[in-house]
Each structure stands twice: as C-alpha cells, then as structure tokens.
Design a protein around this ligand. Structure first.
Ligand code: ZN
Length: 86
C-alpha cells in the first residue's frame, strides 16, 4: 500500500487534455513546471492505494471538474509559456 496524491494524476491528465486543443511546449521541463504550479494551487487529495491501482477516467474527470482543475492548469500553461525554462 502507498500514500498517493490523486491530484498529481488529475493534473497530468489535464495537461494532456489541454495539449490537444492548445499549442504549447510540453517538453519534460515545461510539463513539470506546469504541474508544479498547478499542484500548488489545488488542494491535495491523498488516498491510500495498493500499488499500480489507477483511477477510472470518469472518476478523475469528476474530480477535475469539481475543483476547476482545467482553468488552474490553463493559467499554469500561460505562466510557463511566458517564461519557459527549457
Ligand atoms: Zn519546453
């Protein structure tokens, strides 16, 4: 068993979603910078999970909408693209 912040998974997935509609650099550096900014703005959601267990797409989407992760990620994308560190 392990302690896991499900918001990490949600933010990573949201970045993938946003990338489909917006053109921005998603190199590893930018991706991690966007993730860090977004994760600092959303509350952590810790769960105890057995290793390898993943959430269903529907569950993640529900949490994503609940917390308006999309607009937080979009803000993070804009910030990083204004001042990329790659
Ligand atoms: Zn980049």
């Amino acid at each position: 068993m392990e302690l896991k912040n499900v918001m990490e998974e949600i933010v990573f997935q949201t970045i993938d979603d946003v990338r489909k509609y917006h053109d921005f650099c998603d190199c590893p550096q930018c991706r991690l910078d966007i993730s860090a900014i977004a994760l600092n703005k959303v509350p952590a959601r810790y769960v105890v999970s057995s290793k390898g267990e993943t959430y269903g797409r529907a569950e993640l989407l529900a949490m994503q909408q609940d917390l308006d992760v999309l607009s937080i990620v979009l803000d993070a994308v804009k910030l990083v693209q204004k001042n990329p560190r790659h």
